[in-house]
Design a binder for this molecule. Structure first.
Ligand SMILES: NC(=O)c1ccc[n+]([C@@H]2O[C@H](COP(=O)([O-])OP(=O)(O)OC[C@H]3O[C@@H](n4cnc5c(N)ncnc54)[C@H](O)[C@@H]3O)[C@@H](O)[C@H]2O)c1
Length: 326
């Protein structure tokens, strides 16, 4: 299959590229390298294009003529999005509109969209399945929800096969530490922040909220290994030969892990102390969010194979290797 991946030089995208290559697919990555890295995908054809640049995007489609688009390019920080919502809508929504225009003009038959558990906001109950109400709590979450609607609406009118994948908390690195998440400024996600403390690069790990109604008072999240996530993209893209499989799917492990449980796991793996600093809750944070990932298993046969230990040990090995910065 000829697959055009936007955001393929990013953290998740670079793993999807590896998985697609292993399955023998032909690829073109479209990425403006704003947070992505050429060295993460050294052998993959790359057009350095901003998805907001419609003519440049059309040129990539004209030249490559993809059968399938996997659209990962986006800005991804809920906190940052509250400071600059228009910028988030510009990249995440206008960029998606441009891609859909190109997909329509060049007859793309399969479209896989990177969405997020952020579309649920605070779930009324966990595990959360795909029928749960959507109530995004940040412009980022809104932009992902709008993206889903744009993709689904276009697919309904053109017959394009589509899947919107709602990722939960993605973490981890390649088991051989050859690929992982590049550090760029101060990490926002828990796993890289915790690893930085374990490596002695920060004095304490701030824990935002220790009075949630959970067993140890800290928030529960569903951590999914990036390798499992990448495998899901390829299974879904390939499986869309059956139109009956179009839809929206959660991608998670189906298990809530508390912040303190994650820190304990990292202490055991690293042998480091990882001092923690209790802090007040952050606005918009929720006590618990974990997935019911049954639908994607029933439809595509995908389920997560890696556990929390695999996630933490691979993240530790990657970040503890040669320092990589962006
Ligand atoms: N990391 C997570 O936990 C998580 C969770 C849910 C959803 N997601 C979604 O997964 C996708 C990939 O996230 P990631 O963690 O790999 O982030 P990332 O920042 O590592 O990757 C994003 C990629 O998109 C590229 N990009 C950004 N703006 C662009 C533009 N205007 N034009 C072209 N390329 C552009 C970047 O250069 C980068 O390579 C995003 O859509 C994100 O919203 C991520």
């Amino acid at each position: 299959m000829k697959v055009l991946l936007t955001g393929g030089a990013g953290y998740i995208g670079s793993f999807v590229v590896q998985e697609l290559a292993a399955r023998g697919h032909t690829m073109l990555v479209v990425d403006d390298l704003s947070t992505g890295h050429r060295e993460a995908i050294p052998d993959t054809p790359l057009d350095v294009v901003d998805i907001r640049d419609e003519p440049a995007l059309m040129t990539s489609f004209e030249r490559f003529r993809p059968e399938c688009v996997i659209h990962l390019a986006a800005l991804k920080s809920p906190e940052e999005s509250t400071q600059n919502p228009a910028h988030y809508f510009d990249v995440n929504v206008s960029g998606t509109v441009n891609l859909l225009k190109a997909a329509s003009r060049y007859g793309v038959v399969r479209f896989v969209f990177s969405s997020s558990a952020a579309v649920y906001g605070t779930p009324q109950m966990c595990p959360v399945d795909e029928t749960a109400p959507t109530a995004p709590q940040s412009p980022y979450g809104e932009s992902k929800y709008i993206g889903e609607r744009l993709v689904t609406t276009q697919a309904a009118t053109t017959g394009m096969r589509h899947a919107c994948l709602r990722y939960f908390n993605v973490a981890g690195a390649a088991p051989d530490a050859s690929l992982g998440e590049y550090a760029s400024g101060e990490a926002r996600q828990l796993v890289p922040r915790a690893v930085a403390v374990a490596r002695g690069l920060a004095p304490t790990l701030k824990i935002f909220g220790t009075d949630y109604p959970t067993e140890d008072g800290t928030a529960l999240r569903d951590y999914i290994h990036v390798v499992d996530l990448a495998r899901a993209h390829v299974l879904v893209a390939e499986g869309l030969d059956d139109a009956g499989r179009c839809g929206t799917y959660n991608l998670g492990r189906g298990e809530g892990t508390s912040v303190l449980a994650l820190v304990d796991g990292l202490r055991r793996i690293s042998g480091a102390e990882v001092p923690v600093e209790p802090c007040s809750r952050r606005p918009g944070d929720m006590p618990a969010s974990w997935a019911d990932a049954g639908l994607v298993f029933r439809t595509f046969g995908w389920r997560a194979e890696c556990d929390l230990h695999d996630i933490l040990s691979s993240a530790w090995a990657w970040h503890n290797g040669a320092p990589r910065t962006g």
